[in-house]
Design a protein around this ligand. Structure first.
Ligand code: HC1
Ligand code: SF4
Length: 572
């Protein structure tokens, strides 16, 4: 432990930590912009400066390590004036376009400018003109870039993709793609982690909320929404609720208030996915491969597969993602049930994910109707943040809403469907069903502890009637690449692998509420597991409405019609 003096008071803090970490532990706020708890500190923005006795100049708290006896001041006039000055320098190169900016109330720069009462020294001139709307998932307006490099760092450190690097010099420096290519023409996998960590509005999800707002206000078609497993454990954060709150009922109520006619649960389709993918796994186990088999529900992973690992294409499950299964069922089975033309239904998905926005545009996801028309199952994807924005625009008091229930018959789900939203969840849900179908016995314990937790790569061996099945789970694309490289080069072998591109799985998706809480993924994961624990049904094959869907329409898992509607293929 080291002794330090912070603003005149003596404290003991662990050796080797930074001034910023020490202050955080002691409950003293130091403003930051480039710092993010998940990234290596670089001291780029100079907003976290502090006075250290004996040092000639102010020092950045994020990169300065504590030493024994260090005397630090965070609250002097000198510190405050420097923060103000550094913020005004950022503002001198930043447009005053807050009313048009996608970051709106979440802008970290705006909050600091207000707090420190920063006034413009001169009007911004010569701003970067890079505007990139090439991707269905993310947009970039680099006139708003504050050079914090969070996008560069998350894309390389956490995602291992290295799509951006800082180019140009001085105030003209920007994060740019190689050869200034539009981001959609690079190997970008659309995960949206760069947008998730952007402290301002320089990178953001493609704003489909505008189209959805028009739909709601014009109300010309039947509006159907579906909500992904991890939206309900995060959306409350946008309305001041405690991280880790489960707000399923309020989320459904808010969508009804916005004007959706039906609100269905993607968790239902997650159960359906398990029926199809589990059958595929059982089939491969009987027929001897191809192994490893990979899960297919994460579209960031599918983008990585096609762009960088096409040799694994035959190994990936052909099951569409739950989002696409739900929309395919809504526009066939459900449209028939309510007697409407599928093209009179508009299907909107609420997802934690930006890559879901490009998944819906894949041509091989289209479904063929009985009369030969080919249609896109999902029409629009909005992120958790975009749904929150719509709720705010419509002045709905989210926290005060009375809980409402999902509509039937596509609103029933099991605990197995719920855990899809967290790393390891798809694997656990698949094992619960595969084990019981193969052995005809009930699992003695439903929780597979080895697949839980936030380690980047998890592995286990499962015994099913004497047959050992080797499984692995990877999340965060840098971990995923490490695992794939090891398998390709023969250093590791598995039978079944779950891949999620974002850290934590969907709970940490690029479209989730932005958070600087280092414990945020843990809190959201615990909320997901609590939904499973409180469910009366916890195995996908027990979902009565999934069973009914097979009886009335799909016949059985992997049937011809199930193949037509619920399966897809990949191309390199
Ligand atoms: Fe996911 Fe999935 S779990 S991919 O993370 O398989 O986005 O939440 O909806 O489709 O169910 C996302 C989450 C989501 C799908 C499911
Ligand atoms: Fe990198 Fe993901 Fe951003 Fe693409 S969307 S640039 S892969 S962080």
């Amino acid at each position: 432990m080291a002794k330090i003096f912070l603003n005149g008071k003596e404290f003991e803090v662990p050796d080797g930590i930074t001034v910023l970490e020490a202050a955080e532990k002691l409950g003293i706020q130091i403003p930051t912009l480039c710092h993010h708890p998940e990234l290596e500190p670089i001291g780029a923005c100079r907003i976290c400066v502090v006075e250290i006795e004996g040092a000639r100049t102010l020092q950045p708290a994020c990169t300065t390590k504590i030493t024994d006896g260090m005397k630090i001041r965070t609250n002097s006039d000198r510190v405050e004036n420097a923060i103000k000055f550094n913020l005004s320098l950022i503002m001198a190169n930043h447009p005053n376009d807050c009313m048009y900016c996608e970051a709106d109330q979440r802008c970290e720069l705006k909050k600091l400018v207000h707090k420190y009462d920063v006034r413009p020294i001169f009007n911004p001139t010569d701003l970067s003109e890079v505007f990139d709307d090439s991707s269905p998932s993310i947009q970039r307006d680099l006139s708003r870039c504050i050079k914090c490099q969070r996008c560069v760092r998350v894309c390389s450190e956490i995602q291992g993709m290295n799509i951006y690097s800082m180019v140009e010099r001085g105030y003209k420096t920007i994060p740019q793609t190689a050869f200034d290519k539009p981001v959609y023409e690079t190997n970008c996998i659309s995960c949206g982690q760069c947008a998730y960590l952007c402290p301002v509005g320089a990178i953001y999800e493609t704003p489909d909320w505008k189209k959805v707002l028009k739909l709601i206000e014009r109300k010309e078609k039947i509006l159907v929404a579906q909500t992904a497993p991890s939206v309900r454990v995060a959306i409350g954060e946008e309305f001041g609720m405690e991280p880790g709150s489960v707000s399923t009922g309020k989320m459904v109520a808010s969508l009804k208030k916005l004007g959706f006619d039906y609100v269905f649960d993607t968790n239902f389709a997650a159960d359906l996915t398990i029926m199809e993918e589990g059958t595929e796994l059982i089939g491969r186990l009987k027929e001897g491969g191809p192994f490893p088999m990979f899960t297919s529900c994460c579209p960031g992973w599918i983008n990585l597969l096609e762009k960088e690992y096409p040799e694994f294409i035959p190994n990936v499950s052909s099951a569409k993602s739950p989002q696409q299964m739900m929309s395919s069922v809504v526009k066939t089975y459900f449209a028939k049930k309510i007697g409407v033309d599928p093209e009179d239904i508009v299907m909107v998905s609420v997802m934690p994910c930006t890559a879901k926005k490009d998944e819906i545009k894949r041509p091989q996801q289209k479904i063929k109707l009985e009369d030969g028309r080919e249609i896109q199952p999902t029409d629009y994807v909005i992120t958790t943040r975009e749904l929150a924005k719509l709720i705010k625009i419509k002045e709905i008091n989210f926290a005060g809403l009375k809980d409402e229930e999902f509509d039937n018959p596509l609103g029933t789900s099991t605990g197995a469907g719920a855990i899809f939203g967290v790393t390891g969840g798809v694997m656990e849900a698949a094992l619960r069903t595969a084990y019981e179908i193969i052995t005809n016995k009930q699992l003695p314990k439903l929780e597979f502890d080895d697949v839980r937790g936030l380690n980047g790569i998890k592995e286990a061996e499962i015994d099913i009637e004497g047959k050992k099945i080797k499984i692995a789970i990877a999340h965060g694309t840098a971990n995923v690449k490490k695992l794939l490289d090891d398998i390709r080069d023969g250093r590791r072998y598995y039978d079944f692998i779950e891949i999620m591109a974002c850290p934590g799985g969907c709970i940490g998706g690029g479209g989730q509420p932005k958070s600087l809480d280092p414990e945020i993924l843990k809190k959201r994961a615990m909320a997901i597991y609590s939904i499973d624990e409180l469910s009366t049904l916890r195995r996908s094959h027990e979902n009565p409405d999934v069973q009914k869907l097979y009886e009335e329409f799909l016949e059985k898992p992997y049937s011809h019609i199930a193949h037509e509607l619920l399966h897809t293929h990949y191309t390199d």
